[in-house]
Design a protein around this ligand. Structure first.
Ligand SMILES: [Zn+2]
Length: 178
């Protein structure tokens, strides 16, 4: 057989559609014919190149999913930043308002004097009360400190819990997109 007659078989072989008998015959020819080996290699290259768009499609889908996941992360980060900004803004506003009220209050004539006076009068009573034993003969000061610590712990735990819930929801959402 001549090379031209193998041409159709080359294409079939590259596509994996050539039957075993013809494949053996083609293999025998390819072993001795450099020209057909060259064509065979070319056809393989074309086949691989044609297969590429399928791979590219998958990559594109992945890329879009990745972009969406990225967008989710960025949006979540922005929300968190906004929340932090609002929190800081509220706190700073509260501080400014309290300072302004203090300044206005102490600019009143006689108010500073009467304020320090009343502190001087009530402070010893507060100290006496704090040092006096409360329930279980434990001083009130220690009860107050324990209550503060408990309150701080409660707030911290609630905050951690909220953050964990929020992160878990976010991770779930992102894993769904991916
Ligand atoms: Zn040949």
């Amino acid at each position: 057989m001549k090379c031209a007659q193998y041409a159709d078989w080359l294409q079939l072989s590259v596509d994996g559609r050539l039957d075993a008998n013809r494949q053996r015959s083609l293999d025998a020819h390819l072993a001795v014919c450099a020209a057909c080996r060259h064509d065979y290699a070319l056809l393989e290259e074309v086949r691989d190149a044609l297969a590429m768009p399928v791979v590219a499609d998958i990559d594109l889908t992945d890329a879009i999913r990745h972009r969406v996941a990225q967008y989710e992360l960025v949006t979540a980060a922005r929300h968190e930043r906004n929340r932090a900004f609002r929190r800081d803004f509220m706190r700073n506003s509260a501080i400014v308002v309290v300072l302004l009220m203090l300044v206005v209050a102490f600019l009143q004539p006689g108010l500073w004097h009467s304020a320090t006076d009343s502190v001087q009068r009530t402070w010893p009573q507060v100290v006496t009360l704090a040092m006096s034993p409360g329930p279980y003969s434990i001083p009130w000061a220690i009860w107050a400190a324990a209550a503060l610590v408990a309150l701080g712990l409660f707030v911290w735990l609630r905050r951690t819990e909220t953050l964990t819930t929020w992160r878990r929801a976010l991770e779930e959402r992102i894993s769904q997109i991916r």
